[in-house]
Ligand binder design. Structure first.
Ligand SMILES: [Zn+2]
Length: 284
């Protein structure tokens, strides 16, 4: 049963996002609509010339603290290099996690109820609005993961096919329009930096490893090779020659979902790490 009201976190997240859209200091790129019709939006700061950085968050609904982290990074970002910020890859899922059935479109309420096993507690929801886990749905050794689930549900369902979900289709189209150097995907939790998609080239593997080690050292997180990860956004990017690491924010003592009230503790060194490591990469 639901004991906690998460709707305040949703209101703050939504308001922050709307304020960023109105902010004239950077560009908002609307790259599509989610299944429920929510805007998919990327922001850009810095120069469009040369290779770009990519920071993403909010692909797993219950890990929405990562959306707050990417939004704050956009505000703090003061480097000349071009960087895209996509704070909320899964707006429908985050709406379900925080608003329960109130966050679901009317024609989909009964489906989501069934997928959640008729529980009124949606706080552990990880998937999108159709019960597909977006981070196992990319065409990068899709369907080969150990934890993959074959039916829709709150987590780990890989989808009917690779790239079956409109949120991912739109993202891939958007990513293909630009030339990216590296990407960081924010999740929670565990204080880990994952790297090393097994399907990537050796060059991308070693570059991702180097970047992961830098982040881990700076943040005092663990760098771990993700031997079994498939179908993830970082896996997909590595397959397409964009080095990518996945950062699990916050230590394991936090409960899922990590709430906005803990934001300052989660965020503390994150931007400093980005600033230092982006500079290192450009000066290499
Ligand atoms: Zn995650």
């Amino acid at each position: 049963m639901t004991n906690v009201d998460y709707s305040d976190d949703y209101r703050i997240l939504h308001k922050n996002l709307q304020n960023l859209i109105k902010n004239k200091n950077f560009d908002a790129h609307f790259y599509g609509k989610s299944y429920y019709g929510n805007d998919l939006v990327a922001f850009h700061k810095g120069s469009y010339a040369g290779k770009q950085f990519l920071l993403t968050g909010g692909i797993h609904a219950r890990e929405y603290i990562s959306s707050f982290v990417v939004m704050k990074m956009l505000e703090d970002y003061d480097l000349p290099y071009g960087c895209f910020f996509v704070p909320l890859l899964n707006p429908d899922g985050v709406s379900i996690c925080l608003n329960g059935l109130d966050g679901v479109n009317d024609d989909y309420k009964s489906v989501v109820q069934r997928l959640n096993n008729y529980s009124t507690d949606f706080s552990m929801w990880k998937a999108n609005g159709r019960g597909v886990d977006l981070n196992v749905n990319f065409p990068a050794m899709w369907g080969k993961g150990k934890l993959n689930v074959a039916l829709p549900g709150p987590e780990n369902f890989i989808g009917e096919s690779a790239l079956s979900e409109v949120e991912n289709i739109s993202l891939v189209k958007f990513i293909n329009k630009f030339d990216f150097e590296i990407s960081v995907a924010y999740h929670s939790k565990g204080e880990v930096v994952y790297y090393g998609f097994s399907g990537a080239s050796n060059i991308i593997k070693s570059k991702s490893k180097k970047i992961a080690k830098k982040f881990a050292k700076f943040l005092k997180y663990k760098a771990i090779i993700s031997k079994n990860s498939v179908g993830g956004l970082s896996d997909y990017l590595c397959l397409h020659n964009i080095s990518s690491v996945t950062i699990e924010l916050g230590n394991d003592s936090f409960c899922h979902p990590i709430r906005y009230i803990n934001f300052n503790e989660i965020y503390k060194n994150q931007y400093v790490a980005i600033k230092k490591i982006f500079k290192d990469i450009k000066n290499d």
